[in-house]
Design a binder for this molecule. Structure first.
Ligand code: HEC
Ligand code: HEC
Length: 249
């Protein structure tokens, strides 16, 4: 009996912890967001899951990103930026229409839902992609860039903003560890182009980063650097055995 009571106290505690983290942002109704994610809305909004996957893990063959447990405020900002055309989707040309078709409340709800997803970590399958004949960067070279940057070319360590293994930092710096390889490469190329070209002139450019923080980094990267750092990040786990502390998600 005593054991049972202890167990239920533990269960109660963990329920409190979950509801606190769900409330951390204080915006959005995850249950309502789930309906949009899985079913879309009538003829106007396709189910997010049809491109981002049921577990929100993204897909390399479609160039879609992982959304599961991404920083909630970051997701909300991206949906807002797509809705106002501050960011252009030139991969499948859908995100701008989709975000415009959602009300702000619906965007907040779906952001709350994807943030709450607990799908197990799964980066891109680089070995399979190599077998399929794709040129893939080198993981260990990418890790050097993520951890130390490229000092002689003035490239800062990705870690200095995105934290250890790109696992995200605060509300401003999204998780890039465990993100899809194809998507990571595409975004880094888009930021690099965005350093010299406006997205309103070329929809392959991305320039919605606050204070140009990301463009300043990407403009210094070569194609090879981009492939290497993307290869490392997609397999980078948010925590390691020796360093178990990972951000609350
Ligand atoms: C037709 C396929 C498709 C559908 C349906 C779709 N997306 Fe996307 N989404 C994409 C693609 C492709 C990208 C990457 C765009 C780019 O490269 O800039 C993307 C990017 C995003 C991003 C940016 C993520 C990041 O890390 O910056 C968010 C957020 C997002 N989608 C949310 C949603 C939500 C919410 C829905 C459903 C309401 C949805 N998407 C439906 C294809 C889709
Ligand atoms: C000075 C801080 C800073 C540094 C250093 C930095 N980033 Fe970023 N990065 C950002 C910010 C801020 C954003 C979010 C932009 C936004 O809100 O749209 C971002 C976004 C990204 C994204 C888009 C994520 C997504 O889901 O679409 C990628 C990919 C990325 N960074 C990769 C890198 C890589 C690789 C490095 C190291 C070579 C790096 N970043 C270094 C600040 C930084």
């Amino acid at each position: 009996m005593k054991r049972l009571m202890m167990l239920s106290a533990a269960a109660l505690l963990s329920v409190t912890a979950v509801s606190q983290s769900a409330m951390a942002e204080g915006v959005g109704d995850a249950a309502a967001g789930r309906v949009i994610f899985e079913n879309g809305i009538g003829d106007t909004v396709p189910a997010c899951a049809s491109c981002h996957g049921m577990g929100g893990m993204g897909a390399d063959d479609m160039g879609t990103p992982r959304l599961a447990y991404q920083v909630q405020k970051y997701i909300r900002k991206q949906l807002e930026d797509f809705a106002t055309s501050k960011r252009m989707d030139n991969t499948m040309y859908q995100m701008n229409d989709i975000a415009k078709a959602l009300t702000k409340e619906q965007r907040d709800n779906v952001a709350a839902y994807v943030h709450s997803l607990k799908t197990p970590f799964m980066g891109s399958d680089l070995d399979q992609m190599r077998k399929d004949g794709e040129e893939i960067g080198t993981v260990y070279k990418g890790q050097v860039i993520a951890d130390y940057g490229i000092p002689k070319r003035g490239v800062p360590a990705c870690k200095s903003c995105h934290a250890f293994h790109g696992r995200s930092a605060g509300n401003m710096f999204p998780a890039i560890g465990g993100q899809r390889y194809v998507y990571l490469k595409h975004e880094l190329e888009a930021w690099r182009l965005g350093a010299t070209t406006k997205s309103s002139d070329d929809d392959a450019a991305r320039d919605n980063d606050p204070m140009g923080l990301m463009r300043k980094v990407a403009v210094k990267l070569t194609d090879e650097d981009i492939a290497n750092v993307a290869a490392f990040l997609t397999v980078a786990r948010p925590a390691t055995a020796g360093n178990p502390s990972a951000p609350r998600r």
